[in-house]
Design a protein around this ligand. Sequence first.
Ligand SMILES: Nc1ncnc2c1ncn2[C@@H]1O[C@H](COP(=O)(O)OP(=O)(O)OP(=O)(O)O)[C@@H](O)[C@H]1O
Length: 213
Amino acid sequence: MLEARNLACIRDDRELFSRLCFRVEPGDILQIEGGNGAGKTSLLRILAGLARPERGEVCWGQKNISLVREIYHRDLLYIGHQAGIKLALTPFENLAFYQAASGGQRDEKAVWQALEQAGLLGYEELPSAGLSAGQQRRVALARLWLSPARLWILDEPFTAIDKQGAAQLMSLFAGHSAARGMVLLTTHQALPPASVAIRKMALMPVRETPCSG
Ligand SMILES: Nc1ncnc2c1ncn2[C@@H]1O[C@H](COP(=O)(O)OP(=O)(O)OP(=O)(O)O)[C@@H](O)[C@H]1O
């Protein structure tokens, strides 16, 4: 379980949020809502351990993530705004690299399946630099089909993805949830129809009451 305990974030002398508390339990899909500049990316980066909160802590299995860093990074897949792929490599090479880097055994069949699910068949051997923005995003997201991670933290996963791709992504999230995985995401788009419940949490500037526990 992921838990945010009394998180506060200050950027440029401005408090983006404060006393923020929530939990993400196995099977949960949680959408963080908020306008431009509300602090969604800042929050996701804190949750992923890429930035420190001004106050409060992020816990994984009841322990501060800094104390269980190795386990947390094994259990987490974070995909940020940037595609996070190597543009000089092909989609196939990017996914094979990810598979190796995440400790998985070399499994070309799984890579081909991920390419297919992500709608990248026929593009697998082109340098990623030559792909469209949506296709590059698909290369980044194709990691989800290969990922053994229980917790997915995804910043604007639907950006540049067409309607059919968005529906496939949503069904992947539903499958991950059914397998007791956790998905935490932001999006400005209306979500495609989902077969599972999606919790929503609006990022509000400041809350008055700290959470307990
Ligand atoms: N590293 C940083 N240094 C200084 N200010 C920052 C930094 N990162 C973000 N900010 C500021 O914090 C505020 C929140 O940014 P953030 O990217 O978290 O918002 P967001 O809710 O994700 O916005 P959007 O929906 O536009 O992507 C913005 O005003 C931004 O300028």
